[in-house]
Design a protein around this ligand. Structure first.
Ligand SMILES: C[S@@+](CC[C@H](N)C(=O)[O-])C[C@H]1O[C@@H](n2cnc3c(N)ncnc32)[C@H](O)[C@@H]1O
Length: 304
């Protein structure tokens, strides 16, 4: 595929001879980005090129675009965006071994006990968001599910959050875990399949790009933990159509209260999000604020 086709998918002729799959391979040529899907990266590339038309024409005229300074700038900027939404959260790249250990242990012990919790904690510690939440999970789920337990959970942009199941105190649950990377989905599915005989977790990992506003199974609760900021940074105003499309009784959306470097983030910056809601409850844990709201509290149209 060539840049001209990407910007003008129906057009017959490439605007210039630049192989985008080569570009995508170059972007992904970093360990922390290598498990992302080509389609996901390609979409970002398309957004980037259409919002920087001068780049496309300058590259088009360059005799060897892949060697140009412009190309390097573009490569750097797209990698920065991808790191922000994906790569920066990957703390450890040795998860397969950790999962092997967890599954071998559980298949011998045939239950989730204290020791299996250690294996879960190691996996949760391999992703920045779940690592930060580790000491708060017990309290968080007690507050989220004070009386009734959900039977179906939809977790959008789930990262490794499904590994927090042992903290939920739920005997039986159907868990739909949605992620942008197909490799991450295979990894999550291996966990779901490996533990289903020994606990009440029945999981399905769903590979999808939330920017496409896909259709998902209905659920009692939809988690959107630390994902809406990332989505908005990739495509502004995607949140409202996404929330409106989801069939869930209630939602839990969270946002960081500190930057990745530890500086406080004001909650005022979330006014855009809260303006979608008539009513909500707020829970705060270190570094993160959660908003709980029902589908019926979602305004029929955007407030601005
Ligand atoms: C900050 S992490 C949060 C992970 C998890 N929700 C948590 O809080 O533990 C954001 C996650 O959203 C996923 N993500 C970002 N953009 C996405 C998209 N367009 N479609 C699906 N998943 C996406 C990333 O892959 C990443 O795992």
């Amino acid at each position: 595929m060539f840049i001209g086709q990407l910007l003008n998918p129906g057009g017959a002729l490439p605007i210039f001879n630049m192989d985008l799959h080569h570009f995508v391979r170059r972007i992904k040529d970093k360990p922390e980005l290598s498990s992302l899907d080509d389609g996901f990266v390609l979409r970002l590339l398309r957004n980037y090129l259409s919002s920087n038309p001068s780049f496309s024409s300058a590259l088009k005229e360059h005799p060897s675009p892949f060697r140009s300074a412009l190309f390097r700038t573009m490569l750097k900027e797209i990698r920065r965006q991808l790191r922000e939404v994906y790569g920066v959260f990957q703390v450890s790249l040795h998860r397969e071994k950790m999962l092997d250990n967890l599954l071998s242990y559980v298949s011998l012990s045939k239950k989730f006990d204290e020791k299996s919790l250690d294996f879960h904690q190691r996996l949760l510690s391999s992703h920045k968001s779940t690592k930060e939440r580790l000491s708060s999970y017990n309290l968080l789920y007690k507050k989220l599910f004070p009386h009734t337990h959900p039977k179906k959970i939809l977790d959008l942009g789930c990262g490794l959050n499904p590994f927090s199941y042992p903290y939920m105190g739920i005997d039986y649950v159907e868990y739909f875990a949605v992620e942008a990377s197909s490799l991450d989905c295979l990894f999550l599915q291996r966990y779901f399949d490996g533990v289903s005989n020994f606990c009440g977790l029945r999981g399905l990992a769903i590979h999808a790009n939330l920017l496409d506003v896909p259709t998902f199974p209905s659920s009692d609760v939809c988690f959107l933990f630390k994902v809406l900021d990332s989505l908005e940074s990739l495509e502004r105003n995607i949140t409202f159509p996404l929330l409106s499309s989801i069939d869930a009784s209630f939602f839990v959306a969270s946002f960081p209260t500190k930057t990745l470097s530890g500086k406080p983030l004001s909650k005022k910056r979330l006014t855009w999000f809260l303006s979608f809601l008539d009513k909500y409850e707020e829970i705060e844990i270190p570094n993160e604020v959660f908003y709980i709201f029902s589908k019926s509290s979602l305004r029929k149209t955007k407030a601005f």
